[in-house]
Structures are given as C-alpha cells and as structure tokens.
Design a protein around this ligand. Sequence first.
Ligand SMILES: O=C(NC/C=C/[C@H]1OC[C@H](O)[C@@H]1O)c1cc([N+](=O)[O-])cc(O)c1O
Ligand SMILES: [Mg+2]
Length: 214
Amino acid sequence: TGSSRPQRMLKAVQKNATKGDPQSVISAIDHYCRHKEWAMNVGDDKGLILDSVLTEVNPSTALELGTYCGYSTVRIARLLSPGSKLFTVEFNPAFAEVARQIIAYAGLQDKVTLVEGSSGDLIPKMKEQFGIKYFDFVFLDHWKDRYVPDTKLLEDCGLLKKGSVLLADNVICPGAPEYLKYVRNSPRYESRYYKSNLEYTKVEDGLEKSVFLG
Ligand SMILES: O=C(NC/C=C/[C@H]1OC[C@H](O)[C@@H]1O)c1cc([N+](=O)[O-])cc(O)c1O
Ligand SMILES: [Mg+2]
C-alpha cells in the first residue's frame, strides 16, 4: 500500500526544511499543502492570527485539541517562553506518529507533550496525570462537534482560570455553530471573531477567541 498524506507531508519537511528550524518546517508544510496537496493544517493565513493571539497571551501551560500532523503544534511551541509547556491531544495513532516526527524535526520536543487518545477521556485526567493547575491558552482544532462538550469539560474540571483564552479554528468552515452560540451567549466568556480564510483556499473561515471570565 502507498504512503498516506501525513507521511507525504513528513517527507516534504525532511526534504525541504532545516532540522531544528521551526519556521522552515512551517514554510515547508505550507508550500507542500498549497502547491502539492491540501491538508487540514490551520495554515499560514489563520496561522498569523494564532501567532499574534499566542504572543499576546504568552501562556505558561497551553493545550491543543487535535494535533493532526503537528503544524499548529510547531507554530505554538516555537513562540512559548522558556519553561512553558504545550500539551497536544490526538486521537488518531497514525497522525500522532507523524506529528511526533515533525515536532522533533523542528527541535521542539522538549516543550511539547503529545497525548494520544480522545479529548473527552483525557481532559479529566490531565490535572492528576501531568500536575496541571490551569491552561492559560487552549487551541481547539479537533472534531467540530467536540468543541462544546470539551469546553464544558475544561470548565467542570477546573482547568480554566479567569483570563484563560480559548481559540477555536474552523468556526465558519467546516463550521462549529453550536460552539459559536455557546461562547457568544454565555456570560462566562468574552468572545470575538477573527475573519480569515480556510487554509490554502479563498473560502471564508475564521478563528473565535473567547476569554474565560471565571
Ligand atoms: O475536521 C477537521 N479537523 C478535525 C480533525 C479531526 C480529527 O480526525 C481524526 C484525528 O483525531 C483528527 O484530530 C478540519 C476539517 C477541515 N476541512 O476543511 O474539512 C479544515 C480544518 O481546519 C479542520 O481542522
Ligand atoms: Mg482546523
């Protein structure tokens, strides 16, 4: 059987990026996905918004739901201050395997803990398993129908504190309508929409940033 799209993406990184240089890994993936084959990375347009929100929050402990191949994992981890940590959750073992290699190629493995499994199972275990008190920043990019249940789980497990920032991908395309309703109508969040486009296309998409008010 042939290679998978994530495996071809990894090959493109190994061929075109410089080991230990996160920006070259990001550029190699963006070039491959724009010119060779599309893939569901947050991409370079929405990636710039992710970068600016991440830099503003400067989290000590961050969480990513939906690692896929590790593109946004690299984008986030490269901007973390020394001693800060990123936990990333991926359900699909094949995706997780590729992501580990891409994260390591970027030289960011010491800042990242990739946890394999379902977010619904793992979130309740994070405090005890990893000694986490709170997440200052959460990037939601996994199954769109898990955004609401997992946000509620983070609240119920006491993993959000006043000022914690949630940033959700794909709120327009493929869309997360229930999530938008939830964060925009809840008195516990202050939300705003960053308009952009679906990765590597001209289709509208955007990121929703929601600050937890406690
Ligand atoms: O389904 C998407 N993401 C969810 C990922 C889903 C999960 O599927 C299995 C694995 O656990 C992965 O994490 C998605 C889909 C599109 N799209 O255009 O279809 C664009 C995006 O940016 C996306 O994040
Ligand atoms: Mg996405």
